[in-house]
Design a protein around this ligand. Structure first.
Ligand code: GLN
Length: 490
């Protein structure tokens, strides 16, 4: 395992990471660092190693968490004013599982407030700058986590992906970013955005590390009723996975199936790879098109088969997403009332003013825009015309993917139509910003896994990423395939 191989002490790994975080301060990657806590934890791990006590698979490995993961270390702000004062008594299940394996959180990374955005410019704490060009955006919403990995501050970082927030910043900064099948990793203890599409995932430098992180964090959690039994499954498809593991306690299921299945996965290929004709439009950047074409060539040379897919329903995905997701946002954000937790306006004199002023001062403009759209599409008289129609169209999108996966094993697409854009370029035009997500949101609507793979740089040194998509529950097979592509390219 790439992360755990290092022959060094936990203390030096963690202090190196903290030093680098300081060195790159001007990128605005972290909202807060937990220097003392992290060094303290490192000392304890070194002590255990010295005493020959058992340590976990990630012993002493520093990592960063997007600042919408709850834990008692530091405040969980979700890059908002309304949650800035929030100290959480609980730890997100995913963070706890990583910590139980000895990994050490060094800090909390910047994001678009409540994960609403595609550039990390909607943060109450200012934008995070792109790892390759400081005049450009880091992507979003998990921009801070992507840049923390791209600049080698930490070997991995957590993210959330509701419509592209892991894959797009991964692609903008030249790292791997994985959004698993919906329900694979518990969302307990993560600030909710849109409950029917939110996923936890990771940024790392290679698919091997992501595979290990998935094996540690996936599995059923009684605190998140949407979680699925395990991540490793025999043929990489849904039915085998669910049938095999449902009755097992999940820890055993993971370790047993991990060992048992590595040979039986369809990793050796050759595979059939689908390319979506409908994504090849005039607005696709020419370097991205060239990168896709050269990857197609490489795959064919390695013996894989390419099929072209017509998926006309995907053009509705963005419209569907920006109805369904704001509807869920409006519901999820209604709990922030200035009473229960977080910021409360100082000059509110009545209860209504407490609600109104706390929310109006505490949310960013993009948060408010979505709350308004969401309440509009859910309101009586408009519900049938917008929300219900959108959910019906969503079903058609799911069916279109099912049809596509009857013809191929995986689908390869760009992550976004363009590389990282300039800071400020799209902030005054929400629709231009939403169009960033045109190739990433369809997966979230269908619950599919997607991996952003860094494949090239353009003449300006900006990263170009491609996205590998698989059927539901094909996560393990998809990562194995990504490992083989990487080896073929080496
Ligand atoms: N950019 C998308 C949006 O603004 C996705 C955000 C996300 O995945 N959290 O909704």
């Amino acid at each position: 395992m790439k992360i755990a191989d290092k022959n060094t002490s936990a203390y030096s790994l963690v202090s190196d990471a903290l030093e680098k975080a300081e060195k790159y301060k001007d990128y605005n990657i972290f909202i807060s660092l937990d220097k003392e806590g992290a060094l303290q934890k490192a000392k304890i791990i070194d002590e255990k190693i010295k005493n020959k006590e058992k340590v976990g698979r990630l012993a002493g490995v520093p990592f960063a968490i997007k600042d919408n993961f709850l834990s008692p270390a530091g405040n969980t702000t979700a890059a908002s004013k309304i949650l800035e004062p929030l100290k959480s008594p609980i730890t997100a299940t995913s963070v706890k599982k990583l910590e139980d394996e000895g990994a050490i959180v060094i800090g909390r990374t910047n994001l678009d407030s409540f994960a609403h955005g595609s550039s990390t410019e909607n943060s109450y704490f200012g934008p995070t700058l792109n790892a390759h060009d400081k005049t450009r955006v880091s992507g979003g919403s998990s921009g801070g986590s992507a840049v923390a990995v791209a600049l080698d501050i930490v070997p991995f970082a957590t993210g959330t992906d509701t419509g592209g927030s892991i894959r797009q910043p991964a692609s903008f900064n030249g790292v791997y970013g994985f959004k698993p099948t919906y329900g694979t990793i518990s969302r307990y203890g993560v600030v909710a955005m849109a409950s029917s599409t939110d996923c936890i995932g990771f940024f790392a430098k290679n698919p091997e590390d992501i595979d290990l992180l998935m094996s540690i964090t996936s599995g059923q959690d009684p605190k998140d009723m949407t979680t699925l039994p395990d991540y490793y499954n025999k043929d990489g498809r849904e039915n085998a996975a669910v049938a095999g593991a449902a009755s097992e306690p999940h820890d055993d299921a993971i370790s047993e199936s991990h060992n048992a299945t590595s040979e039986s996965l369809p990793t050796a290929g050759p595979h059939t790879i689908g390319i979506i004709n409908d994504f090849d439009t005039d607005s696709l950047d020419s370097d991205i098109r060239a990168a896709l074409d050269s990857q197609i060539d490489a795959l064919q040379k390695a013996g894989h088969k390419i099929v072209r897919l017509d998926m006309p329903t995907l053009k509705y995905a963005l419209a569907v997403y920006y109805i369904v997701v704001p509807a869920e946002i409006a519901s999820n954000l209604s709990r922030h009332d200035g009473i229960r937790y977080g910021y409360r306006s100082k000059d509110a004199r009545t209860l209504d003013e407490v609600y109104g002023k706390s929310r109006s001062e505490g949310f960013m403009p993009e948060n408010k825009r979505r709350i308004m759209i969401g309440n509009f599409v859910l309101s009586s008289g408009f519900y049938d015309a917008y929300y219900l129609k959108a959910e019906q169209a969503r079903t058609l999108i799911i069916k279109e993917y099912e049809k596509a996966f009857s013809k191929c094993d995986f689908i390869l697409t760009p992550v976004s139509p363009n590389p990282a854009f300039k800071l400020g370029e799209k902030t005054s035009d929400p629709v231009a910003m939403y169009l960033e997500d045109v190739m990433s949101v369809p997966l979230n609507l269908a619950g599919l896994p997607g991996l952003a793979i860094p494949v090239a740089k353009n003449k300006d040194g900006l990263s170009i990423g491609l996205q590998l998509v698989g059927p539901r529950r094909s996560d393990k097979a998809l990562l194995e395939f990504a490992k083989s592509i990487k080896k073929e390219g080496e």
